[in-house]
Design a protein around this ligand. Sequence first.
Ligand code: NAD
Length: 302
Amino acid sequence: MQNISKIINGKQYAENLLKEIFPLSNHYSKKFLRNPCLAVLLVGEDPASKIYVKNKILTAEKNNITSVEIKLPIDTSEEHLLNEIYKLNKDTNVDGILVQLPLPLHISEKLIIQSINPSKDVDGFHPINFGKLLMGDPDFVPCTPLGCFYMLKKELNELDGKNVVIIGRSNIVGKPMASLLLSSNCTVTVTHSKTKNLKEHCSDADILISAIGKPEMIDDTYIKPNAIIIDVGINRLKLENAKTNEKKYKLVGDINFESVINVSQKITPVPGGVGPMTIACLMHNTVKAAFLNKNEKFVNII
Ligand code: NAD
């Protein structure tokens, strides 16, 4: 039986964060006579991307944030996408710009990310925002690591001196996560596909954060007893009924939840862990961008 007290409820944390953001977006609307505004660009028809964009837009609408969705066909040229971004960069009624990744292969993600005005880069992927985060003075932190950080701060009173192991070194999760925790006085080890003795590293972690994309790869043999586990991975498993040929899909993380919950102190589930926090942090970053772009003071919530 699952021990509910061991579950880090990302859905609840996301609701709590949104409750803190709502009065800020309301205050902004009253003062500037328009809502904070997020523009989302989606190129192509990738089903997962469409769901992510839909959820972002629905959450924005519920939280007094105007959203502008720009849907472009899969054969959109790089030049056309750049022009759309330049228009949004100039538009004083747009506070945040998000380009849903991945992009089709003929478009350079690097070029597109660099074309977004850093003060509207609510995903925090622009090199200027990345550099500021690395220097310990961030404006916009990528939403997934920011969400993980928020939950860790709420779960643990003290992060100082904690041994953290991060599995995965992507620009979206692993690297910014490491920067955030290093700035919070953790001792951080970043591991990846070429790391030797991964298990040995992981079994030393007070906090283990997994962002690999390999279904249920991490079981209890990787875990230090009483560790806090953050599972960023989202993997779609196909389940096929041999008798009826009926196909179903199940979302799982990188962590083998049933095996790890017994040894860990606390763990985020998939779904209902990091995912909802990522969207809540996007709302946070959009409202923050709206305030900063009007030279209004924004007191950091996270
Ligand atoms: P990525 O493919 O860019 O990076 C994966 C990382 O895992 C790489 O650094 C690679 O070195 C490492 N890796 C791969 N195999 C490994 C192994 N056997 N041992 C150790 N390390 C290994 O992926 P990403 O964009 O960082 O995403 C990672 C996962 O997190 C995916 O499942 C993705 O869907 C999920 N994700 C979830 C959210 C969310 O909101 N919950 C947001 C972003 C990403």
